[in-house]
Design a protein around this ligand. Structure first.
Ligand code: SIN
Ligand code: MN
Length: 201
């Protein structure tokens, strides 16, 4: 399958999920959140992140003053729920990989939330891609370079868009500058959900 566009090596599949699929996935995520409630982690500098997050899969991504890492348990001590089938299907379809991801990180952005520029580098092997699914309100996604600084390019990600961050672009810095509130009615209380699937081990 061909991406709609490639920007800085990130393959963007516009409108990959139709409205019915998006609703199915949001339904699945409700049960994920029931088992593994959303929390707002601290950065390693002790500042609360503006996104709320949780995970599904063998590992969940976690952050506190000790740093960024994957954990086998939710902060409440329970295991992370399994990654829903409909989400795994997207991973296999767009990546073409047989291997399943170990983690699906869920980030919830309410109106004023954002995500600073960062690299996804807490995984053991960067030859596996990261696959991202956007649901709900539009989010302004900024893509930079592997090294810090330099020119950047931005794109509004919309509900149903899928992005594959792999190959040479796997370690490119990226972040979310802002959310455009009220651009989608998919999520009951508004906002944006981003799912990223990763191979961790
Ligand atoms: C992330 O990089 O973890 C999130 C990206 C996004 O929200 O689209
Ligand atoms: Mn990231």
């Amino acid at each position: 399958m061909k991406p709609t566009l490639t920007i800085r090596g990130f393959d963007v599949f516009r409108g990959y999920l139709d409205a019915a699929k998006q609703r199915e996935i949001v339904g699945n995520l409700r049960s994920v959140i029931r088992t593994a409630p959303l929390f707002s982690p601290e950065t390693r500098w002790g500042k609360k992140m503006s996104v709320q997050m949780t995970s599904a899969g063998k590992y969940g991504w976690f952050s506190d003053r000790r740093g960024y890492r994957y954990e086998e348990h939710h902060p409440n001590g329970g295991a992370w729920p399994p990654i829903p089938e409909a989400i795994l299907r997207v991973w296999h379809e767009v990546s073409g990989l047989e291997r399943a991801p170990d983690c699906c990180l869920l980030n919830l952005y309410r109106a004023s939330a954002k995500m600073g520029m960062h690299q996804d580098r807490d995984e053991a092997d960067f030859s596996w891609p990261v696959v991202s699914i956007s649901l709900g309100d539009d989010g302004l996604f900024r893509i930079a370079n592997e090294e810090r600084g330099g020119k950047t390019e931005s794109i509004w990600l919309q509900s149903g868009d899928v992005v594959v961050m792999g190959g040479k672009a796997r370690l490119h810095h990226h972040g979310i500058d802002r959310i455009r509130s009220g651009t989608s009615t998919l999520l009951q209380n508004g906002g944006r959900i981003n799912l990223t699937m990763r191979v961790v081990d």
